[in-house]
Structure formats: structure tokens, C-alpha cells
Design a protein around this ligand. Structure first.
Ligand code: SF4
Ligand code: SF4
Length: 114
């Protein structure tokens, strides 16, 4: 084939759903193959971490992280509004707050689902 084909990352978005640790990732592309949304693409150079080509297509399903056989090579970066462990502190009083609820959370008084 005489024509070249280019993959162009989506530049306008600041979203980075997954991050790679280049020291741990061996570029096996298992995560690329398992992603049903085709968010990731193999790096043009061998043994390099994949490229997050279409970050806005990520469902945050975590399959890529689950499938990776090298712990720490890839990790999810959930957006702030999806992170349930977000805390912030009131400087004046030292009080801690959690996103969307009091800290500690109020007791769950609902009966169990049947
Ligand atoms: S993150 Fe894991 S599965 Fe993906 S290329 Fe690197 S080593 Fe392979
Ligand atoms: S979290 Fe799911 S959708 Fe997002 S890159 Fe990983 S496998 Fe693909």
C-alpha cells in the first residue's frame, strides 16, 4: 500500500482515563486488545506503553487494568466527580468532608433490598 495512514490523538480534551508507568509496562498490548472501546492503540515503537488515543471513549470499566499482568503498569485515573474518596478539609476547624455526604456518613436506615 502506497498511502500512509495516521492515527491522530484527540487533542482538545484534558481527560486522561488511564496512566502507564513506563518503568513497569513492557508494551505487550494486552490492555489494547482487551479494550472494547478502542481507547488505546499500540505505541509505534516496540516495548513502549500504549497510546491513549481516544480518551473520551473510555467507560472506566477497568478491564485494561484487570487484564494487565504487571501490577502498577497501568492504573485508572477517575475524574474527580467519580471519585468516592475525595476529601477536603476546612482550614479553620480541621473538619474533613467527603464528596456528597457528611463525614462520617450517616447510618443507612433503609431496609435491605429483596
Ligand atoms: S499496561 Fe500492562 S497489559 Fe498494557 S502494555 Fe503495559 S504491560 Fe501490557
Ligand atoms: S477502562 Fe475500559 S474503556 Fe477505558 S481504556 Fe480501559 S478497557 Fe478501555
Amino acid at each position: 500500500m502506497s498511502e500512509k495512514l495516521y492515527m491522530v490523538p484527540n487533542q482538545p480534551t484534558p481527560n486522561i482515563p488511564v496512566r502507564f508507568d513506563p518503568a513497569l509496562c513492557n508494551g505487550c498490548n494486552r490492555c489494547v486488545e482487551t479494550c472494547s472501546r478502542d481507547v488505546l492503540m499500540p505505541h509505534p515503537e516496540k516495548k513502549q506503553p500504549p497510546v491513549v488515543l481516544y480518551p473520551d471513549e473510555c467507560w472506566f470499566c477497568g478491564t485494561c487494568v484487570e487484564e494487565c499482568g504487571r501490577p502498577g503498569a497501568i492504573r485508572m485515573v477517575h475524574p474527580l466527580n467519580q471519585s468516592v474518596v475525595v476529601h477536603w478539609k476546612r482550614k479553620e476547624t480541621g473538619e474533613y468532608f467527603r464528596l456528597g455526604m457528611k463525614n462520617p456518613p450517616p447510618p443507612n436506615t433503609r431496609p435491605p433490598a429483596r
